[in-house]
Design a protein around this ligand. Structure first.
Ligand code: ME8
Length: 527
C-alpha cells in the first residue's frame, strides 16, 4: 500500500517534469520571415529553460501544407503542389537549424503519420455526432484560410475584406460538412472560467470570451471546390478544412490515436501552444471545441504573443514588408538577434524592430555588460591567481549579498517563466550584470594584493556569478553562453538550473581557460 503510494507520488513527480511546447506550423507559401523566427526563438527559449531546469522537453514545430492558399501559391509559381511544399518546407526546417532551435520534431501535414491521424480524428467526431452535411454560403479569406460572418467584413474601395486581418475575402457557395461548434459555446465559456490561465496573456482572454459570447455558429470543416488537402473519410469529393487538419498536428506528432504510446502519455495535454495573436481564435475556440467533441484533454495553455511590426503594420508575406532573419544573422550573428528579439520586443505586446536598437543591444548589453565582465575577471585571474579558480576564500557579507540575490530569486524565476514573464527574466539578468560589474569595481581587487584571501574571494565570487549568468543566458544566447562557460570547461550536458543555488560550484584550483572575445562592438549605422 505504502509503496503504491510512493510510486504514485514518484509518477506524479516524473509526469510534472514533462514539458511540451509547440510553435504554430507555418504555411510554406513563401520563405520564412522575422515573424516566424520570432515565434520559434521564443519557443526555443522556453524549451531550453525547462531542459536546464531538469524537465523532459518535447518541442514541436513544422509546416502547414494543405489548403487553397498553398495550392494557389504553387499554381502561381507553376510548380507541382507537393514539390512546392517540399522546397519551401525545407527552408523552414533549415531555418530551425540556423536559429539553433532544439525542436525534437518537425512535422509536415503532408506526411502520412499526420494524414491518418487527422482522418481518425474526423471519424471520432463523426461517431460522436458532431458532424453533418449542409451548404456553406458566406465569406472566405484564402489568405487567412478563415470563414468570416457578414459583420466581420468591410468594403474598402469596392473590395471586400476581413476587418480583423484586412485580407480580402471571396464569396463561397458550396456543399460542406459542418462541425457542431454552436453546441460548445457554453462548455467553452465554462472552461475559460474554470481555467483562468488557459488563454494568455490575460489581455487576449476577453477578446476570445466576447467572440464566443456573441454566439458561435456551426463551422464549415470541409471544402469541395479544390482537392489539395486530406480527404474526408468515405467522401472523396471533400477535403478536410485546413485548420482542422493543421491544429491536429499537435497530437498527430504524438502518434494520436495511439494514446498509449510514450509520447502521447508523457506530453499530452501540451504545456503550451505558443502562437501569434493572429491565430488565437483557431487555437482558443475551434481547437478546444474539436478536442472536447472528440473527448480528448485540452492543452494547458494557449499563449498569443504580439506582432513584430514593420513601421506600424504587421510584418507579413502578403504585405511584402518582411525582414529576412538570415540577412540579419549574416550581418550580426545569431545570438545577438535572439537576444534582441527576446529582450526588446516586450513579450505579449507588439514590437517594432530596428537595426539601430539591435546594435545598441549588442554594444551595451552583450559587449559592454556581459562580454566585458567575462574578459575582465578572467584576465585579472590570469594575472593574479595563476590562471586558476582561487583556492582559499572567505565570503564576506558583500559577496554573499550578490550571490544570495540569485539564489533567493530562483523560485520566482521559475514561477515567472511558468507565467511567460520573459521581461522579468531578462531584466533580472541585465540588473545582475550591472550589479556584478559594480561589485567588481567597488571591491577594487587590484588594491587587495596584500590581502590575498580577499582578492581571491572577490575573484571567486565574480567567477561564480559569471557562471550563474551564463546559465541564465543559455536559453537566450546558447552559443555565447557555452562559449563563456568554456572558461570553466563546463559543457552543455552539465548545465543544471538547480546548481545556481550553490555558491561553491566552481572547483577550487581548476584551470581557467582564456576565451576569444564574445561579442564584437558594432560601428553604429543609421537607420
Ligand atoms: O497561421 N510577428 O501560419 P503562418 C510575430 N499555418 N509573429 C509572426 C508574425 C509577425 N509579424 N508573422 C507571423 C499560420 N508570425 C497557420 C498556423 S497552427 C496549427 C497553423 C508567426 O505561416 C506567429 O506565430 O501565417 C503567427 O501566429 C504565425 O507566425 C503565423 O504563421
Amino acid at each position: 500500500m505504502k509503496s503504491h503510494y510512493l510510486l504514485n507520488l514518484m509518477m506524479k513527480y516524473l509526469m510534472d517534469k514533462n514539458f511540451y511546447i509547440t510553435t504554430p506550423i507555418y504555411y510554406p507559401s513563401a520563405k520564412p520571415h522575422m515573424g516566424h523566427a520570432y515565434s520559434s526563438i521564443i519557443a526555443d527559449f522556453f524549451a531550453r529553460f525547462k531542459r536546464l531546469d531538469g524537465f523532459n522537453v518535447n518541442f514541436l514545430t513544422g509546416t502547414d501544407e494543405h489548403g487553397l492558399k498553398i495550392q494557389k501559391a504553387a499554381e502561381q509559381k507553376n510548380v507541382e503542389t507537393l514539390k512546392f511544399c517540399n522546397d519551401i518546407s525545407k527552408t523552414f526546417r533549415d531555418l530551425s537549424k540556423i536559429l539553433n532551435l532544439t525542436n525534437t520534431d518537425f512535422i509536415r501535414t503532408t506526411e502520412e503519420r499526420h494524414k491518418s491521424s487527422v482522418q481518425y480524428l474526423w471519424k471520432e467526431l463523426e461517431k460522436n455526432g458532431e458532424i453533418y452535411l449542409s451548404k456553406y454560403s458566406g465569406w472566405y479569406s484564402v489568405s487567412d484560410e478563415a470563414f468570416y460572418s457578414y459583420d466581420e467584413v468591410e468594403e474598402i474601395n469596392g473590395k471586400k475584406q476581413a476587418i480583423i486581418s484586412k485580407s480580402s475575402v471571396e464569396w463561397m457557395d458550396e456543399e460542406s460538412y459542418f462541425f457542431r461548434l454552436s453546441k460548445w459555446e457554453k462548455p467553452l465559456l465554462d472552461y475559460y472560467n474554470n481555467n483562468p490561465n488557459f488563454i494568455s496573456p490575460p489581455s487576449r482572454k476577453n477578446e476570445v470570451i466576447s467572440f464566443v459570447k456573441s454566439g458561435l455558429k456551426d463551422l464549415s470543416i470541409s471544402r469541395k471546390s479544390f482537392s489539395w488537402g486530406i480527404q474526408v473519410p468515405n467522401d472523396k469529393d471533400h477535403v478536410i478544412y485546413v485548420w482542422l487538419d493543421a491544429l491536429a498536428n499537435y497530437i498527430s506528432a504524438l502518434n494520436y490515436p495511439d494514446t498509449n504510446n510514450d509520447l502521447f502519455k508523457n506530453f499530452w495535454p501540451a504545456s503550451i501552444h505558443l502562437i501569434g495573436k493572429d491565430i488565437l481564435r483557431f487555437h482558443a475556440v475551434y481547437w478546444p471545441a474539436f478536442l472536447l467533441a472528440a473527448k480528448i484533454k485540452l492543452p494547458k495553455k494557449i499563449y498569443g504573443h504580439g506582432w513584430i511590426l514593420s513601421g506600424d503594420e504587421k510584418m507579413s508575406k502578403s504585405k511584402g514588408n518582411i525582414l529576412d532573419p538570415i540577412e540579419i544573422i549574416n550581418k550580426y550573428g545569431l545570438d545577438p538577434l535572439r537576444y534582441y528579439l527576446i529582450k526588446e520586443v516586450s513579450f505579449g505586446n507588439d514590437g517594432n524592430i530596428s537595426q539601430k536598437r539591435l546594435e545598441d543591444c549588442i554594444n551595451s548589453d552583450l559587449a559592454n555588460n556581459f562580454g566585458n565582465l567575462c574578459q575582465r575577471v578572467v584576465a585579472f585571474a590570469q594575472k593574479n591567481c595563476g590562471g586558476k579558480v582561487p583556492n582559499k576564500i572567505d565570503f564576506k557579507e558583500e559577496d554573499l549579498k550578490i550571490l544570495d540575490n540569485i539564489k533567493s530569486n530562483l523560485n520566482s524565476i521559475r514561477e515567472k517563466i511558468d507565467n511567460q514573464d520573459i521581461n522579468y527574466y531578462i531584466d533580472f539578468i541585465v540588473n545582475t550584470l550591472f550589479e556584478t560589474n559594480k561589485y567588481f569595481n567597488d571591491q577594487e581587487p587590484w588594491k587587495k594584493k596584500n590581502d590575498i584571501i580577499r582578492l581571491n574571494t572577490i575573484v571567486y565570487t565574480t567567477l561564480e556569478i559569471v557562471r550563474k549568468i551564463s546559465y541564465l543566458l543559455y536559453p537566450i544566447i546558447p552559443q555565447s553562453s557555452l562559449k563563456a562557460l568554456m572558461i570553466f570547461n563546463i559543457k552543455e550536458s552539465e548545465l543544471k538550473f538547480s546548481t545556481l543555488e550553490n555558491h561553491n560550484y566552481l572547483k577550487k584550483n581548476s584551470d581557467l581557460n582564456k576565451i576569444d572575445i564574445l561579442f564584437k562592438k558594432i560601428e553604429k549605422t543609421n537607420d
